[in-house]
Design a protein around this ligand. Structure first.
Ligand SMILES: [Zn+2]
Length: 410
Protein backbone atom coordinates (compact mmCIF):
# COMPACT_ATOMS: atom_id res chain seq x y z
CA UNK A 1 0.00 0.00 0.00
CA UNK A 2 2.90 2.27 0.79
CA UNK A 3 4.18 2.17 -2.75
CA UNK A 4 0.80 2.96 -4.20
CA UNK A 5 0.36 5.84 -1.84
CA UNK A 6 3.78 7.15 -2.77
CA UNK A 7 3.04 6.99 -6.49
CA UNK A 8 -0.35 8.50 -6.05
CA UNK A 9 1.01 11.46 -4.12
CA UNK A 10 3.78 11.91 -6.63
CA UNK A 11 1.33 11.86 -9.50
CA UNK A 12 -0.95 14.42 -7.96
CA UNK A 13 2.04 16.63 -7.34
CA UNK A 14 3.13 16.24 -10.92
CA UNK A 15 -0.27 17.14 -12.19
CA UNK A 16 -0.68 20.10 -9.89
CA UNK A 17 2.71 21.65 -10.46
CA UNK A 18 3.36 20.33 -13.92
CA UNK A 19 6.89 19.73 -12.72
CA UNK A 20 9.44 20.17 -15.45
CA UNK A 21 12.55 18.88 -13.77
CA UNK A 22 12.33 15.77 -11.72
CA UNK A 23 14.30 15.99 -8.54
CA UNK A 24 16.27 12.80 -8.58
CA UNK A 25 17.45 13.31 -5.04
CA UNK A 26 13.94 12.58 -3.94
CA UNK A 27 13.36 9.48 -6.01
CA UNK A 28 12.89 6.37 -3.93
CA UNK A 29 15.87 4.50 -5.25
CA UNK A 30 18.18 7.39 -4.42
CA UNK A 31 16.88 7.72 -0.90
CA UNK A 32 17.79 4.22 0.13
CA UNK A 33 21.54 4.61 0.52
CA UNK A 34 24.48 6.92 0.38
CA UNK A 35 25.56 5.62 -2.98
CA UNK A 36 25.89 9.04 -4.57
CA UNK A 37 28.24 10.25 -1.84
CA UNK A 38 31.73 10.82 -3.22
CA UNK A 39 34.94 9.87 -1.37
CA UNK A 40 37.45 12.70 -1.12
CA UNK A 41 40.09 11.15 -3.37
CA UNK A 42 37.69 10.62 -6.27
CA UNK A 43 36.63 13.08 -8.94
CA UNK A 44 33.25 11.84 -10.15
CA UNK A 45 33.35 14.06 -13.27
CA UNK A 46 36.13 11.88 -14.67
CA UNK A 47 34.94 8.44 -13.60
CA UNK A 48 34.82 6.11 -16.60
CA UNK A 49 31.51 5.09 -18.14
CA UNK A 50 30.84 1.50 -19.23
CA UNK A 51 27.91 0.70 -21.48
CA UNK A 52 26.27 -2.73 -21.55
CA UNK A 53 25.33 -4.12 -24.95
CA UNK A 54 21.65 -4.15 -24.11
CA UNK A 55 21.64 -0.44 -23.27
CA UNK A 56 23.47 0.40 -26.49
CA UNK A 57 21.08 -1.67 -28.53
CA UNK A 58 18.03 -0.13 -26.98
CA UNK A 59 19.23 3.45 -27.57
CA UNK A 60 20.32 2.88 -31.12
CA UNK A 61 17.24 0.82 -31.94
CA UNK A 62 14.80 3.44 -30.72
CA UNK A 63 16.80 6.30 -32.29
CA UNK A 64 16.78 4.45 -35.61
CA UNK A 65 13.02 4.66 -35.84
CA UNK A 66 13.26 8.45 -36.19
CA UNK A 67 16.60 9.13 -37.85
CA UNK A 68 18.28 6.90 -40.38
CA UNK A 69 19.62 6.85 -43.90
CA UNK A 70 16.21 6.00 -45.35
CA UNK A 71 14.55 9.07 -43.85
CA UNK A 72 15.12 12.47 -45.40
CA UNK A 73 17.53 14.42 -43.24
CA UNK A 74 15.12 17.30 -42.69
CA UNK A 75 12.70 14.86 -41.10
CA UNK A 76 15.14 13.40 -38.60
CA UNK A 77 13.94 13.65 -35.03
CA UNK A 78 15.66 13.67 -31.67
CA UNK A 79 14.73 11.09 -29.06
CA UNK A 80 15.14 11.06 -25.29
CA UNK A 81 15.40 8.44 -22.57
CA UNK A 82 16.79 7.59 -19.14
CA UNK A 83 19.70 5.42 -18.07
CA UNK A 84 19.59 2.70 -15.44
CA UNK A 85 22.85 1.65 -13.87
CA UNK A 86 25.17 1.35 -10.93
CA UNK A 87 28.28 2.96 -9.49
CA UNK A 88 30.97 0.35 -8.87
CA UNK A 89 33.55 0.96 -6.14
CA UNK A 90 32.70 4.66 -6.28
CA UNK A 91 34.88 5.04 -9.35
CA UNK A 92 33.11 3.42 -12.27
CA UNK A 93 29.66 3.94 -13.77
CA UNK A 94 28.03 0.94 -15.38
CA UNK A 95 25.00 1.58 -17.57
CA UNK A 96 22.82 -1.51 -17.65
CA UNK A 97 19.82 -0.24 -19.53
CA UNK A 98 18.59 2.73 -21.55
CA UNK A 99 14.85 3.17 -21.53
CA UNK A 100 13.25 5.19 -24.36
CA UNK A 101 10.84 7.87 -23.22
CA UNK A 102 9.97 10.22 -26.01
CA UNK A 103 10.49 11.54 -29.49
CA UNK A 104 10.69 15.24 -30.24
CA UNK A 105 11.19 17.47 -33.25
CA UNK A 106 14.25 18.24 -35.34
CA UNK A 107 15.99 19.55 -32.26
CA UNK A 108 14.75 19.34 -28.74
CA UNK A 109 12.21 17.37 -26.83
CA UNK A 110 9.63 18.47 -24.35
CA UNK A 111 8.46 15.94 -21.84
CA UNK A 112 4.81 15.76 -20.81
CA UNK A 113 3.63 15.04 -17.27
CA UNK A 114 3.03 11.50 -18.46
CA UNK A 115 6.78 11.01 -18.92
CA UNK A 116 7.46 12.05 -15.35
CA UNK A 117 4.85 9.57 -14.27
CA UNK A 118 6.69 6.96 -16.32
CA UNK A 119 10.04 7.93 -14.78
CA UNK A 120 8.63 7.69 -11.28
CA UNK A 121 7.09 4.32 -12.15
CA UNK A 122 10.40 3.02 -13.48
CA UNK A 123 12.13 4.37 -10.40
CA UNK A 124 9.51 2.72 -8.22
CA UNK A 125 9.89 -0.64 -9.90
CA UNK A 126 13.69 -0.56 -9.46
CA UNK A 127 13.19 0.40 -5.85
CA UNK A 128 10.64 -2.35 -5.38
CA UNK A 129 12.75 -5.10 -6.90
CA UNK A 130 15.59 -3.83 -4.76
CA UNK A 131 13.76 -3.99 -1.46
CA UNK A 132 12.29 -7.34 -2.45
CA UNK A 133 15.80 -8.53 -3.16
CA UNK A 134 15.13 -9.38 -6.80
CA UNK A 135 16.98 -6.67 -8.59
CA UNK A 136 20.56 -5.52 -8.66
CA UNK A 137 21.16 -4.11 -5.23
CA UNK A 138 22.60 -0.84 -6.38
CA UNK A 139 20.74 -0.09 -9.60
CA UNK A 140 18.98 3.21 -10.13
CA UNK A 141 18.39 6.05 -12.58
CA UNK A 142 21.92 7.16 -13.29
CA UNK A 143 21.43 9.68 -16.05
CA UNK A 144 19.76 10.32 -19.36
CA UNK A 145 20.39 9.94 -23.06
CA UNK A 146 19.30 11.70 -26.18
CA UNK A 147 20.21 11.92 -29.84
CA UNK A 148 21.78 14.64 -31.95
CA UNK A 149 21.07 13.22 -35.41
CA UNK A 150 23.76 14.66 -37.63
CA UNK A 151 25.14 17.35 -35.35
CA UNK A 152 27.57 15.76 -32.97
CA UNK A 153 28.40 15.75 -29.30
CA UNK A 154 27.80 18.79 -27.11
CA UNK A 155 25.37 20.09 -24.52
CA UNK A 156 23.08 22.88 -25.69
CA UNK A 157 21.77 25.33 -23.08
CA UNK A 158 18.62 23.24 -22.74
CA UNK A 159 20.70 20.06 -22.45
CA UNK A 160 22.76 21.68 -19.69
CA UNK A 161 19.62 22.56 -17.77
CA UNK A 162 18.31 19.02 -18.20
CA UNK A 163 21.62 17.55 -17.14
CA UNK A 164 21.76 19.71 -14.01
CA UNK A 165 18.60 17.90 -12.94
CA UNK A 166 20.62 14.69 -12.93
CA UNK A 167 24.18 15.69 -12.01
CA UNK A 168 23.07 18.24 -9.41
CA UNK A 169 21.86 15.62 -6.94
CA UNK A 170 24.18 12.85 -8.22
CA UNK A 171 27.78 13.87 -9.08
CA UNK A 172 28.27 10.63 -11.05
CA UNK A 173 25.26 11.20 -13.31
CA UNK A 174 26.01 10.97 -16.99
CA UNK A 175 24.34 12.20 -20.18
CA UNK A 176 24.83 10.07 -23.28
CA UNK A 177 24.46 11.47 -26.77
CA UNK A 178 24.03 9.29 -29.84
CA UNK A 179 24.61 10.53 -33.37
CA UNK A 180 24.11 7.80 -35.97
CA UNK A 181 26.06 9.76 -38.61
CA UNK A 182 29.20 9.58 -36.47
CA UNK A 183 29.40 5.80 -36.44
CA UNK A 184 32.64 4.52 -37.94
CA UNK A 185 34.40 1.18 -38.01
CA UNK A 186 35.79 1.69 -34.51
CA UNK A 187 33.45 4.27 -33.04
CA UNK A 188 29.89 3.33 -32.10
CA UNK A 189 28.41 6.84 -32.30
CA UNK A 190 27.97 7.47 -28.58
CA UNK A 191 29.66 9.97 -26.27
CA UNK A 192 29.22 10.42 -22.53
CA UNK A 193 29.02 13.95 -21.17
CA UNK A 194 29.25 15.44 -17.70
CA UNK A 195 29.33 19.03 -16.50
CA UNK A 196 32.73 20.08 -15.20
CA UNK A 197 31.31 22.17 -12.41
CA UNK A 198 27.57 21.77 -11.90
CA UNK A 199 27.68 24.30 -9.05
CA UNK A 200 28.01 27.07 -11.62
CA UNK A 201 24.60 26.05 -13.03
CA UNK A 202 23.87 26.76 -16.67
CA UNK A 203 27.30 28.35 -17.10
CA UNK A 204 29.02 25.07 -16.37
CA UNK A 205 31.13 23.67 -19.22
CA UNK A 206 30.77 20.05 -20.25
CA UNK A 207 33.35 17.37 -20.67
CA UNK A 208 33.28 14.42 -23.03
CA UNK A 209 34.17 11.03 -21.58
CA UNK A 210 34.98 8.09 -23.79
CA UNK A 211 32.45 5.28 -23.49
CA UNK A 212 33.81 1.80 -22.78
CA UNK A 213 32.09 -1.41 -23.81
CA UNK A 214 31.88 -4.96 -22.54
CA UNK A 215 32.05 -6.64 -25.94
CA UNK A 216 34.28 -6.10 -28.96
CA UNK A 217 33.05 -3.15 -31.00
CA UNK A 218 32.87 -5.32 -34.11
CA UNK A 219 30.60 -7.76 -32.28
CA UNK A 220 28.31 -4.98 -31.01
CA UNK A 221 28.19 -3.53 -34.53
CA UNK A 222 27.23 -6.80 -36.11
CA UNK A 223 24.50 -7.39 -33.56
CA UNK A 224 23.02 -3.93 -33.92
CA UNK A 225 22.98 -4.09 -37.71
CA UNK A 226 20.94 -7.25 -37.50
CA UNK A 227 18.61 -5.69 -34.97
CA UNK A 228 18.14 -2.56 -37.07
CA UNK A 229 17.21 -4.68 -40.04
CA UNK A 230 14.54 -6.38 -37.98
CA UNK A 231 13.25 -3.01 -36.80
CA UNK A 232 13.23 -1.70 -40.36
CA UNK A 233 11.19 -4.68 -41.56
CA UNK A 234 8.69 -4.71 -38.72
CA UNK A 235 8.25 -1.23 -37.37
CA UNK A 236 5.24 -0.25 -39.51
CA UNK A 237 3.50 -3.39 -38.39
CA UNK A 238 4.32 -2.82 -34.75
CA UNK A 239 3.07 0.76 -34.79
CA UNK A 240 -0.10 -0.42 -36.51
CA UNK A 241 -0.67 -3.07 -33.84
CA UNK A 242 -0.18 -0.55 -31.04
CA UNK A 243 -2.66 1.77 -32.74
CA UNK A 244 -5.01 -1.20 -32.98
CA UNK A 245 -4.73 -1.86 -29.26
CA UNK A 246 -5.46 1.77 -28.54
CA UNK A 247 -8.18 2.49 -31.08
CA UNK A 248 -9.92 -0.85 -31.45
CA UNK A 249 -9.29 -2.73 -28.23
CA UNK A 250 -9.19 0.08 -25.65
CA UNK A 251 -11.46 2.66 -27.21
CA UNK A 252 -13.99 0.19 -28.60
CA UNK A 253 -13.79 -3.38 -27.38
CA UNK A 254 -13.15 -2.63 -23.71
CA UNK A 255 -15.74 0.14 -23.81
CA UNK A 256 -18.24 -2.28 -25.28
CA UNK A 257 -17.39 -4.93 -22.70
CA UNK A 258 -17.92 -2.48 -19.87
CA UNK A 259 -21.05 -1.03 -21.45
CA UNK A 260 -22.76 -4.35 -22.02
CA UNK A 261 -21.38 -6.30 -19.09
CA UNK A 262 -20.19 -3.57 -16.73
CA UNK A 263 -17.86 -4.70 -13.97
CA UNK A 264 -15.36 -1.88 -13.39
CA UNK A 265 -16.44 0.79 -10.96
CA UNK A 266 -17.31 4.12 -12.50
CA UNK A 267 -15.80 7.17 -10.75
CA UNK A 268 -18.37 9.78 -9.87
CA UNK A 269 -15.96 12.62 -10.64
CA UNK A 270 -12.69 12.96 -12.48
CA UNK A 271 -11.37 16.06 -10.84
CA UNK A 272 -7.86 14.86 -9.96
CA UNK A 273 -6.86 13.84 -13.42
CA UNK A 274 -5.62 15.59 -16.48
CA UNK A 275 -6.98 14.34 -19.73
CA UNK A 276 -3.90 12.40 -20.77
CA UNK A 277 -3.21 10.70 -17.50
CA UNK A 278 -6.86 9.86 -17.20
CA UNK A 279 -6.66 8.28 -20.60
CA UNK A 280 -3.55 6.27 -19.91
CA UNK A 281 -3.73 5.00 -16.46
CA UNK A 282 -4.20 6.44 -13.04
CA UNK A 283 -4.67 3.28 -11.05
CA UNK A 284 -8.10 2.61 -9.80
CA UNK A 285 -6.82 0.75 -6.82
CA UNK A 286 -10.16 0.67 -5.23
CA UNK A 287 -11.83 -1.56 -7.82
CA UNK A 288 -11.89 -4.52 -5.52
CA UNK A 289 -12.95 -3.19 -2.20
CA UNK A 290 -16.16 -4.99 -1.69
CA UNK A 291 -18.97 -2.69 -0.73
CA UNK A 292 -17.28 -0.09 1.46
CA UNK A 293 -18.90 3.20 2.32
CA UNK A 294 -16.13 5.17 0.69
CA UNK A 295 -16.58 3.29 -2.49
CA UNK A 296 -20.25 4.05 -2.67
CA UNK A 297 -19.59 7.73 -2.21
CA UNK A 298 -16.98 7.98 -4.93
CA UNK A 299 -17.93 5.26 -7.37
CA UNK A 300 -20.95 3.85 -9.05
CA UNK A 301 -21.32 0.11 -9.54
CA UNK A 302 -22.41 -0.67 -13.10
CA UNK A 303 -25.85 -2.20 -13.55
CA UNK A 304 -24.75 -5.58 -14.82
CA UNK A 305 -22.45 -6.16 -11.86
CA UNK A 306 -25.02 -4.76 -9.46
CA UNK A 307 -27.64 -7.23 -10.66
CA UNK A 308 -25.30 -10.17 -10.25
CA UNK A 309 -24.16 -8.98 -6.85
CA UNK A 310 -27.73 -8.65 -5.62
CA UNK A 311 -28.58 -12.04 -7.04
CA UNK A 312 -25.66 -13.52 -5.13
CA UNK A 313 -26.81 -11.71 -1.99
CA UNK A 314 -30.33 -12.99 -2.43
CA UNK A 315 -29.18 -16.60 -2.84
CA UNK A 316 -26.80 -16.21 0.07
CA UNK A 317 -29.66 -15.06 2.25
CA UNK A 318 -31.81 -18.01 1.25
CA UNK A 319 -29.01 -20.50 1.80
CA UNK A 320 -28.29 -19.04 5.21
CA UNK A 321 -31.95 -19.51 6.08
CA UNK A 322 -31.68 -23.13 5.05
CA UNK A 323 -28.76 -23.47 7.43
CA UNK A 324 -30.70 -21.97 10.31
CA UNK A 325 -33.60 -24.25 9.53
CA UNK A 326 -31.14 -27.12 9.42
CA UNK A 327 -32.15 -28.34 5.98
CA UNK A 328 -28.77 -29.92 5.37
CA UNK A 329 -30.13 -32.41 2.83
CA UNK A 330 -31.21 -29.78 0.36
CA UNK A 331 -28.44 -27.31 0.97
CA UNK A 332 -25.88 -28.88 -1.33
CA UNK A 333 -28.18 -29.27 -4.30
CA UNK A 334 -29.64 -25.81 -3.81
CA UNK A 335 -26.15 -24.35 -3.75
CA UNK A 336 -25.39 -26.07 -7.05
CA UNK A 337 -28.55 -24.70 -8.58
CA UNK A 338 -27.79 -21.16 -7.53
CA UNK A 339 -24.21 -21.46 -8.63
CA UNK A 340 -25.30 -22.61 -12.05
CA UNK A 341 -27.60 -19.62 -12.36
CA UNK A 342 -24.84 -17.16 -11.53
CA UNK A 343 -22.39 -18.84 -13.85
CA UNK A 344 -24.86 -18.66 -16.72
CA UNK A 345 -25.41 -14.98 -15.96
CA UNK A 346 -21.67 -14.41 -16.16
CA UNK A 347 -21.19 -16.46 -19.30
CA UNK A 348 -21.62 -13.74 -21.96
CA UNK A 349 -19.20 -11.46 -20.14
CA UNK A 350 -16.57 -14.20 -20.01
CA UNK A 351 -17.13 -14.88 -23.68
CA UNK A 352 -16.59 -11.30 -24.78
CA UNK A 353 -13.70 -10.88 -22.34
CA UNK A 354 -11.93 -13.95 -23.76
CA UNK A 355 -12.49 -12.82 -27.32
CA UNK A 356 -10.88 -9.46 -26.61
CA UNK A 357 -8.02 -11.09 -24.74
CA UNK A 358 -7.28 -13.43 -27.63
CA UNK A 359 -7.26 -10.53 -30.06
CA UNK A 360 -4.84 -8.68 -27.79
CA UNK A 361 -2.53 -11.67 -27.47
CA UNK A 362 -2.29 -11.94 -31.24
CA UNK A 363 -1.21 -8.29 -31.44
CA UNK A 364 1.34 -8.83 -28.70
CA UNK A 365 2.97 -11.68 -30.59
CA UNK A 366 4.01 -9.08 -33.14
CA UNK A 367 4.89 -6.37 -30.61
CA UNK A 368 6.66 -8.29 -27.85
CA UNK A 369 10.00 -8.97 -29.59
CA UNK A 370 10.33 -5.20 -30.07
CA UNK A 371 9.14 -4.09 -26.65
CA UNK A 372 12.58 -2.60 -25.87
CA UNK A 373 12.19 -0.10 -28.67
CA UNK A 374 8.87 1.30 -27.51
CA UNK A 375 8.63 4.64 -25.74
CA UNK A 376 6.55 5.82 -22.81
CA UNK A 377 3.36 6.46 -24.72
CA UNK A 378 3.51 3.18 -26.58
CA UNK A 379 4.32 1.18 -23.48
CA UNK A 380 1.51 2.87 -21.59
CA UNK A 381 -1.06 1.90 -24.22
CA UNK A 382 -0.14 -1.73 -23.62
CA UNK A 383 0.05 -1.29 -19.87
CA UNK A 384 -3.32 0.43 -19.84
CA UNK A 385 -4.99 -2.36 -21.76
CA UNK A 386 -3.43 -5.02 -19.57
CA UNK A 387 -4.50 -3.30 -16.43
CA UNK A 388 -8.10 -2.66 -17.46
CA UNK A 389 -8.44 -6.12 -18.86
CA UNK A 390 -7.00 -7.74 -15.78
CA UNK A 391 -9.09 -5.59 -13.44
CA UNK A 392 -12.19 -6.72 -15.30
CA UNK A 393 -11.13 -10.35 -15.13
CA UNK A 394 -10.40 -10.19 -11.40
CA UNK A 395 -13.92 -8.97 -10.71
CA UNK A 396 -15.42 -11.70 -12.90
CA UNK A 397 -13.45 -14.32 -11.03
CA UNK A 398 -14.35 -12.78 -7.73
CA UNK A 399 -18.05 -12.99 -8.51
CA UNK A 400 -17.69 -16.53 -9.77
CA UNK A 401 -15.94 -17.51 -6.59
CA UNK A 402 -18.58 -15.87 -4.45
CA UNK A 403 -21.16 -17.95 -6.31
CA UNK A 404 -19.62 -21.10 -4.81
CA UNK A 405 -21.20 -20.05 -1.51
CA UNK A 406 -18.33 -21.77 0.23
CA UNK A 407 -18.79 -19.92 3.50
CA UNK A 408 -22.31 -21.24 3.91
CA UNK A 409 -22.28 -24.69 5.43
CA UNK A 410 -23.52 -26.65 8.33
ZN1 LIG B 1 20.82 18.00 -27.17
Amino acid sequence: MDSIKYLWEKRIKIIQNNIITINLKRTKSNMTSDRTKVPENIDPVNTPVYLKDKAYQRMVGYAYRYSNENIEKKNWKEVYGILIGTIKEKNKVIIDDAIPLSVGGRSGIELDPIHYVDISQIDMSIYKSEIEGEGDLSEYIIGWWHTHPGYGFFFSKVDTITHLGYQGPNPYAVGLIFDHTKKTSDFLGIAALRLKNPKTGIFSKYKIIEVQYFSEKAVIKKKIEKELEKIRNNIDNIVREIDYIEEVLIENALVKLQKEYGMLLIPKNNEITTEKIEQHGIEEDRQFIWDSKFLKKSYRIPKYRKNIESLINKYEFRLKNMVTENQSNNLKSQKKKYQKKIVSQLKPSYKLYNKIKKDYEERMEVISPFFNYLDTKERLVIEYFQKKNFDYFKILEHLKEKANFDSIDI
